[in-house]
Design a protein. Structure first.
Lengths: 208, 319
């Protein structure tokens, strides 16, 4: 079952979506450094449409598709069994609850990091506006502080809001690019708020 | 040798001769300009080296297209048109309420190419100028918003005419451009138009470099000169005169006149795209290959010379 899901993901992202995203939508992929996922990392990006997660997953190599999991909102993707199946097999996602129904909402993420896997987290928590990012949630900072070997990769998605605006269904090309920065580690002496600000600053630095 | 290649590729002898001639000339220019750029780097020279590279790209692409099966070539050119149109449309700031209309703009590309391949001359020449002209505002009226209505209609329609209509002339020429006494040589005509347009840019630059003094259009494109243009036009006319056996015209003289006109339209196409870029405030339309701009940056002269050629042939009664 695991294997089948992996094959579905490879076909979906490498064969179908990657050419679509690059040729039809014209998203440009620019890397300061191509991240390697031998060690666990968290890709942190701003979130303006569903295309963000797809573009980031398309930018990964086949090998990394096995080990990188986007973190999705439990109340949005797991609300019915079809979207849940899609999120689990096609996106390889883990869920967090946005309404604090569990003691530790990051429990699943922590388990994956301990197994050496990587995560994609949109710390804005919901789709927002690329020109003015929302306040960041603290989950990423908590994980970074807890695991010393964990690094984060800042990524900036520009213009994705125009490809698929919130509440619309029509996907159209726009002048957009995904910029992936160098992976960074944090000074673990900092407190949670400072780490959050540091992450935010790293993402904003990628904006031209 | 030429017979062998033409048998192997299924192209006519004159097409193979012209292709060999063009590629020899291209190698000559490459060997001339790239050391020149290394020895005496200048901004204009950089520009022309870029042109030589894009010349390689365009001619290789065109040659490959002619060797591929017709359907695959058609799909490739549709894709190329789509990417050019996308380059243009994504540079415009489009109001959220007109976003839906863009779908119809993109959908017009395959229809226009279908008409260029199978439709009548009338339907090919009227689908975008007439039918899309009315369809775009109709879709916008249904949206019920009027802010920037005129601006959107104008810009989008203009982009469609320049890119979709303009480039579909290649397909029209290839599939329907049967000229009396020139049957089966449409591919030759296309490759010659592409070649003459590209060499016109290089010639105008070279003449401008050597004897250019008076600026042709200081505001839009400061490195174009009147002398460069005149020299380029005369040389291109001479080249057309020499190539008149390969061109579909009745007399050598007409080929020469066509050369002058092609040179004028090539220059205008170039200036047109420069003006567009200046108005939009961008240096290049895209950065598909970093440093080389997008497709539209490379096909600027062609966007005028292709429709010009088709309409010249139509007006003179060849088609």
């Amino acid at each position: 079952m695991e294997k089948l899901a992996f094959i579905i993901r490879v076909i979906l992202f490498k064969v179908i979506l990657s050419p679509f995203v690059k040729i039809i939508l014209g998203i440009k992929f620019r890397y300061e450094e191509k991240p390697s996922f031998d060690k666990p990392k968290i890709i942190v990006a701003n979130h303006s449409s569903h295309v963000d997660a797809i573009a980031i997953l398309c930018s990964l190599s086949v090998r990394d598709l096995k080990k990188v999991h986007p973190v999705v909102a439990r109340d949005y993707f797991y609300k019915n069994s079809i979207t849940k199946l899609f999120a689990k097999t096609c996106l390889n996602s883990v869920s967090v609850s946005r309404d604090r129904q569990f003691d530790n909402p990051l429990h699943q993420c922590e388990k994956l990091i301990e197994r050496g896997h990587s995560l994609i987290i949109f710390p804005e928590g919901t789709r927002g506006n690329a020109s003015e990012m929302k306040e960041f949630k603290k989950g990423v900072s908590i994980l970074l502080k807890k695991y010393p070997q964990l690094e984060f990769v800042p990524a900036f998605c520009e213009g994705f809001g125009q490809i698929l605006p919130k509440g619309q269904w029509l996907v159209l090309p726009s002048n957009s690019s995904l910029r992936v920065g160098k992976s960074k580690s944090i000074d673990r002496g900092l407190d949670i708020n400072d780490i959050t600000n540091y992450i935010r600053k790293s993402i904003l630095e990628l904006r031209l | 040798m030429i017979d062998l290649i033409s048998n192997f590729t299924g192209q006519t002898n004159s097409f193979v001769e012209v292709i060999i001639g063009i590629f020899s000339l291209l190698i000559f220019f490459t060997l001339l300009f790239i050391p020149w750029q290394k020895l005496k780097p200048s901004k204009g020279m950089h520009e022309i080296v870029l042109r030589v590279y894009s010349w390689w790209a365009i001619l290789c692409l065109a040659t490959i297209m002619f060797l591929l099966p017709e359907t695959i070539a058609l799909i490739l050119i549709i894709l190329l048109t789509f990417i050019s149109l996308r380059e243009f449309l994504t540079k415009l700031s489009i109001e959220a309420h007109f976003r839906n209309t863009l779908l119809y703009i993109y959908l017009a590309i395959p229809i226009q190419y279908y008409l260029a391949k199978n439709g009548t001359t009338y339907s090919f020449n009227s689908f975008i100028p007439v039918y899309m002209f009315f369809l775009i505002p109709i879709r916008n009226i249904l949206n019920g918003a009027y802010e920037k209505y005129l601006e959107f209609n104008g810009k989008v329609f203009w982009a469609m005419m320049l890119i979709v209509y303009g480039f579909s002339n290649i397909t029209f020429l290839r599939h329907q451009g049967v000229i009396k006494g020139y049957e089966g040589e449409q591919d030759l005509l296309i490759i010659l138009i592409v070649f003459l347009t590209q060499i016109n840019d290089v010639l105008q630059f070279l003449w401008g470099k050597t004897i250019g003094k008076n600026k042709l259009s200081p505001t839009i494109s400061p490195n174009k000169t009147i002398e460069g243009f005149a020299g380029g036009a005369i040389t291109l006319s001479f080249i057309c005169f020499l190539l008149s056996d390969y061109l579909p015209f009745n007399s050598n003289l007409e080929a020469a006149i066509f050369g002058v006109l092609l040179s004028i339209f090539g220059l205008l196409g170039d200036l047109n795209m420069s003006a567009v870029k200046r108005d939009l405030g961008v240096k290049d339309m895209d950065d598909l290959i970093p440093g080389h701009g997008g497709i539209l940056d490379r096909l600027d002269s062609l966007s005028f010379t292709l429709p010009f050629t088709v309409h010249y042939l139509l007006l003179r009664g060849y088609l």
